[in-house]
Design a protein around this ligand. Structure first.
Ligand code: HEC
Length: 110
């Protein structure tokens, strides 16, 4: 009983801003949701302020690929409103968050 409890505590607290996690949803909530909104839908204020993209919009879902998202995360947007996150995230984290954003589950029941 005690051992099981300790295990949960240890697993629950690992490191840096993104938790060093390679789980797409977790990385999204820590690194992307501040601008793109939880679940990828930004608030009206955020859209008005920086023209942030709604990642749940049908227009975007129709053309999203893992490569598109990964490239955007590495390089940021051309107008620099989205910063390049190449140095903030490990390559495997970029892969994981890109796969999550591009997956159909991203827009399901959130
Ligand atoms: C500081 C705010 C900010 C953060 C943090 C941020 N973004 Fe963005 N993102 C933007 C803005 C603003 C745009 C629209 C840029 C433009 O006008 O071209 C954008 C655009 C995008 C696009 C392009 C959509 C398209 O239409 O092609 C993708 C994909 C994207 N973001 C994914 C992410 C992911 C994944 C993360 C987290 C790893 C993230 N963003 C973090 C602000 C942010």
């Amino acid at each position: 009983m005690k051992a099981a409890f300790l295990l949960v505590v240890v697993v629950g607290c690992s490191g840096d801003a993104s938790g060093g996690s390679v789980e797409g949803p977790k990385i999204f909530e820590t690194m992307c949701a501040s601008c793109h909104g939880p679940g990828g839908k930004p608030t009206e204020q955020m859209v008005a302020r920086m023209n942030v993209r709604d990642l749940t919009a049908p227009e975007f879902r129709a053309r999203v690929t893992k490569e598109l998202v990964a490239e955007q995360v590495r390089k940021g947007s051309a107008n620099k409103l989205m910063p390049p996150l190449e140095t903030a995230l490990k390559p495997e984290q970029i892969e994981a968050v890109a796969a999550w954003v591009a997956s159909p589950d991203f827009v399901k029941g959130r």
